[in-house]
Write a protein that binds this ligand. Structure first.
Ligand SMILES: [Zn+2]
Length: 136
C-alpha cells in the first residue's frame, strides 16, 4: 500500500475499508462517490441516515483543479475527514449549531494527524539517515 498521497480513485477505494476498520465503522454502509460538483467550494461532503447506518461521502472529482489550488488538500485527508463526520454523526450536531465549528476543527486536525501516522508507520526507516545520525 502506498505510503505517499493517494492520488487515484482506485487508491482511495482501497483505503476506505482500511479506515472503516480503523474507526470501527463496520456496521455502516459507506458509499463513496466522485462528482464534478460537491458544494460551495467543498472538496468533500457527507450525509448519513443514522437509523440505517448508511453514509454517503461525495468527493470532488480528483481531476478538478481545486485539488491543486491549495497545497494542503490531500484526497485521503478529505476522505478521512468525512469518515470522522460519520463517526460523529450520532452526536447530532447540526450545521447551524455553534458546536459544528468544533466538529469541523476536530475532523480537520484528526484527519491530518491520522493520515500522517498511517504513512509514517508504514514507511521503512531510512537506514542512511539513521547511520548518519549515529555517527554525527
Ligand atoms: Zn467537515
Amino acid at each position: 500500500m502506498a505510503t505517499t498521497a493517494a492520488t487515484t480513485k482506485a487508491e482511495l477505494r482501497k483505503l476506505l475499508p482500511w479506515w472503516i476498520g480503523r474507526f470501527r465503522l463496520w456496521e455502516w454502509e459507506v458509499n463513496l462517490s466522485f462528482n464534478t460538483e460537491v458544494g460551495d467550494g467543498l472538496l468533500g461532503q457527507c450525509r448519513c441516515q443514522l437509523p440505517y447506518r448508511r453514509a454517503w461521502i461525495d468527493m470532488l472529482d480528483l481531476s478538478d483543479e481545486a485539488w491543486e489550488k491549495n497545497s494542503d488538500t490531500d484526497p485521503e485527508v478529505v476522505l478521512v475527514h468525512e469518515l470522522i463526520h460519520v463517526k460523529a454523526w450520532p452526536m447530532g450536531i447540526e450545521n447551524d449549531d455553534p458546536l459544528s465549528i468544533f466538529e469541523e476543527w476536530l475532523c480537520a486536525d484528526f484527519s491530518t494527524a491520522f493520515v500522517a501516522l498511517r504513512r509514517n508507520q508504514q514507511k521503512p526507516p531510512n537506514r542512511k539517515k539513521v547511520k548518519k545520525d549515529h555517527h554525527a
